[in-house]
Ligand binder design. Sequence first.
Ligand code: AMP
Length: 279
Amino acid sequence: VRTVRAISPLRQIVRAWRTAGRRIGFVPTMGALHEGHLSLVRRARRENDEVVVSVFVNPTQFGPTEDLTRYPRPFARDAALCRKAGVSALFSPDPPELYSAEYQTWVTVDTLSVPLCGRFRPGHFRGVATVVLKLLNIVQPDRVYFGEKDFQQLRVVQQMVKDLNVPVDVVACPTVREPSGLALSSRNLALSMEERLAAPLVRRALREAGQVLKSRRNVAQAKRAARTVLRKIPGGRIQYVDIVDPVSLGPPSRATGPYLLATAVYVGRTRLIDNLRVG
Ligand code: AMP
């Protein structure tokens, strides 16, 4: 794997691949790679000739009070995992390479950025959409891979690619979980032993709500069922539990679904998100 820190050498590598007719898959990440990320890399390897992984903890998607400095950065380990996974190039720029002092251009995906995490992380999806478009312009992949774990992020990127006619296929990949049901996340590293034991309740809450939704078709009742389970997390604080339409992320369009159940919960200082589709 070639580790590249600057845009111009990456562009050179990509240009050579494109000239040779090689198809390029791209997996953008913030690093601290785990099996979730690696499942995207493996899919990208299957479907393309070359795979680029980016590791960039994007400062513009963190709010002023969020965990930017606390975010884990085990770079040597990430590079080793990329090598083992057969990644062609690892792009890991420092923030000034992507954001100069006079940086001033932003991508806003209006409606999809508002509900769910958008209510609690103002500016987050603007930061996400902006950095993803920048990375797509640098890497110019044929396909880009995103996890359904971050479902709203996936929808925001899909909409941006459609609205701005970005010539890339967005590939959605299923959430990889521990046997306990806990969705793999770089943030799980920050959980204490006790918190980690309680964290699978996040998934269990959504499953319970999903059962209620299937049997009673009652959104309010389903949300209450999720909250009842989430309240069992010691030191937990529910940010939101919501049930929305999986395409618009607005109110479910029909009483029969489909639905997206989504939640964000603080477990101690660590914010965990998860989602479940029903119907
Ligand atoms: P992150 O490094 O958290 O920004 O994630 C980079 C990409 O990996 C995003 O597309 C995430 O949705 C995806 N991802 C993170 N965790 C998982 C998981 N447990 N299963 C599948 N994809 C994931």
